[in-house]
Ligand binder design. Sequence first.
Ligand code: UDP
Length: 237
Amino acid sequence: MEKQELLYEGKAKKVYTTQDPELLIVSYKDDATAFNGLKKGTIAGKGSINNRMSNLLMARLEKEGVPTHLVRELNDRETLVKRVSIVPLEVIVRNIAAGSFSKRYGVEEGVVFEQPTFELSYKNDELGDPLLNDDHALALGLATREELALIRRYALAVNGLLRKIWGACGVTLVDFKVEFGRLGDGTIVLADEISPDTCRLWDADTREKLDKDRFRRDLGGVEEAYVQVMERLTNSL
Ligand code: UDP
């Protein structure tokens, strides 16, 4: 399968059409952005790590009953995926307070929740991805009630499975963001990526940050952190 036209270029990925109208090629870049694009940089080797990590994790999720867009990895940075139309929601599950949750609700980073939280943001850069509830999503026509229920069920299942996978690597899954898409026939599948760009991952013993927060907060050792979590994941498989 070969790349045809550039369909879309985002902050961290490019998406190309292929000869098959139902399949696209995703190409992962080393570019990194944070704070709604205000902070820009590159993380050497990130594209390849995110590509391979996302594929490993999605393949596991698929096996456990969560449908995904993954078809097959083509090379280090490129993956063949099913064409979807993205549901414009950022679906966030949290196990531990951090980031915008800590800021919004005045909760210290690191407070462990008794139960995971599920939240939705409207995926809209101009508006700064505002938080919304199911009724808001319905009013905006972003998804149907049935789709929202399914998205919630899948997201919580993904959390349970990812917590197990990362736990086996000595890594604590703090929170993550996923996106869902609709196939041509309307089937909801997990899309986008699952990587240290989209998950908060802490060393289970030291709580050292092993994710994009190292870039967001200028903590140094960004590349090393990505390499380390990838190694831990591959060593545990
Ligand atoms: N996240 C993401 N993309 C976004 C916003 C958040 O991948 O545009 C991820 C982020 O890496 C973290 C989780 O979603 O793992 C929760 O992020 P939060 O709402 O705390 O926002 P942040 O503090 O990253 O702005």
